[in-house]
Design a protein around this ligand. Structure first.
Ligand SMILES: Cc1cc2nc3c(=O)[nH]c(=O)nc-3n(C[C@H](O)[C@H](O)[C@H](O)COP(=O)(O)OP(=O)(O)OC[C@H]3O[C@@H](n4cnc5c(N)ncnc54)[C@H](O)[C@@H]3O)c2cc1C
Length: 421
């Protein structure tokens, strides 16, 4: 890794940074590929990377209608954890968290994994049985989880001052210490750079508008740049997956909803962990501090389907109210930015990774509020599915048919909000 002094950075800046190398570029759209991946979000890029690295598939393209990282992968609040209740989910997300632990090395790109702990606060005696149940399920599966009483929480997170008088008193928490944050755009850039180095074509400004078929086989995709032949097609279009279903004539159990987040002006370190605060009917907030110093905050969905990527003010108010109740000093800060993304919500809160209508068409979607933490596991598993035609055990439960048979994986939580069951 190259190191730069302040002087060399200044000199480079004055020279217009002419030495900068693009992370990926120069690829032109070919007429035919072994695999076309649609969508250069985290899931599409990770899938392409694993197709090339693990399965030696040489002719892979990622077609993206906007820019790498323009979608939710660059809009999320960067929280990673594996503390899900259901085995189908917690084994999958644990696989992902383990991959995040070594991702900087695997991609040779610093994704800034920060295991600062995810603290799911208990605000009433009624919260404890649910948190204990989830913690026990995780520990039985060999996944770290600690149920903390107020004294232990005070030691773990003194800046929270858990004993301070609050409208909703804090009584304890379920903590996953290996949970934390990973820099979101670094994940997109790291996968794009690594995939590109393996020969994957990453084509931006290329929208897939249709799928061409012959009998029961898809033969390629129509794009705004013309037809591209493909032996296999994998859709990883997150909030736009409903449209892909319509394109293929398969109604999907997915609705697109807005999730917004915001960041305050930067300040010196005041919070070293991720706090999750759910006071039903009152406020739902999670908060952490970015390495730049901004307090990053989010809450629940805006409450109605939309593609606008603009959040409603009342949700912002709700989130900030929770943040100020947790850490009153946040009330003195200004909000620097607010944004929203489009989330592909399934009815049971769990993802879908399956074939879609044709044997050689795959869909990877339904990540709801939590698909950022899933990227490394999903990329590896999805690539194996596409390359071999057999879904690995890790993702078998995520099949689409569960909505018809009733084998739902009902674990509706929020971004970092684990489901309260
Ligand atoms: C505010 C917010 C906070 C969140 N916080 C967290 C969090 O803390 N932790 C967590 O785990 N998850 C979080 N999430 C969820 C997470 O960001 C998403 O689940 C995940 O990023 C979705 O997968 P992706 O990265 O592949 O999606 P995207 O980045 O959205 O990628 C999909 C891509 O497909 C492209 N596309 C769509 N249609 C077409 C087409 N027809 N042709 C070509 N390209 C197309 C889009 O332009 C887009 O770039 C959050 C989401 C939001 C909005």
């Amino acid at each position: 890794m190259r190191h730069y002094s302040a002087w060399s950075l200044l000199r480079a800046r004055l020279a217009g940074n002419s030495h900068w190398q693009p992370l990926w570029s120069g690829q032109s759209l070919q007429q035919a590929y072994d695999v076309v991946v649609v969508g250069a979000g985290g899931h599409g890029l990770a899938t392409a990377f694993h197709l090339a690295r693990d399965h030696g598939i040489k002719r892979v393209a990622v077609l993206e209608k906007r820019l790498v990282g323009y979608g939710n992968v660059g809009r999320n609040t960067t929280i990673v954890r594996s503390n899900y209740l259901l085995p189908e989910n917690h084994y999958f997300y644990e696989d992902s968290l383990r991959r995040y632990e070594t991702l900087s090395r695997d991609l040779n790109y610093n994704v800034m994994y920060s295991p600062r702990g995810v603290v799911d606060l208990a605000l009433s005696d009624d919260d404890f049985p649910g948190l204990a149940r989830r913690g026990n399920a995780l520990r039985l599966a060999g996944i770290d989880a600690e149920l903390m009483n107020i004294s232990a929480l005070e030691r773990f997170c003194p800046e929270l001052e858990p004993r301070r008088s609050r409208r909703f008193p804090i009584l304890g928490a379920l903590v996953q210490r290996r949970g934390g944050t990973v820099r979101h755009d670094a994940v997109a850039w790291g996968y794009a750079r690594a995939a590109s180095a393996l020969g994957v074509d990453i084509i931006e400004d290329c929208e897939v508008t249709g799928v061409r078929t012959r009998g029961e086989v898809a033969t390629g995709v129509e794009t705004n740049r013309g037809y591209v032949q493909a032996e296999r097609i994998a859709f990883a279009t997150a909030g736009h997956t409903g449209m892909i279903g319509t394109m293929l004539g398969v109604p999907l159990p997915i609705e697109t909803h807005l999730l917004q987040a915001m960041v305050s002006e930067p300040v010196k370190p005041l919070l070293h962990t991720v706090l999750v605060y759910v006071a039903p009917g009152h406020a739902e907030t999670y908060i952490c501090q970015s390495d730049r110093g901004g307090l990053v905050m989010g809450g629940h969905l805006d409450g109605f389907p939309s593609y606008t990527r603009e959040g409603q003010w009342d949700r912002l108010e709700d989130v900030v109210q929770g943040a100020v109740e947790l850490l009153p000093q946040v009330g003195a800060l200004r909000i620097l930015r607010q944004w929203a993304g489009t989330n592909d919500m399934t009815m049971d809160g769990s993802p879908i990774i399956d074939r879609l209508r044709y044997d050689n068409v795959f869909v990877n979607a339904g990540w709801c509020y939590g698909g950022f933490k899933a990227i490394p596991a999903s990329g590896a598993a999805c690539a194996r599915f596409v390359a071999t035609g057999t879904a690995p055990d890790l993702i078998k439960a995520f099949r689409l048919s569960r909505f018809a048979t009733g084998h739902l994986l009902d674990e509706r939580g929020g971004g970092p909000f684990p489901a309260r069951q």
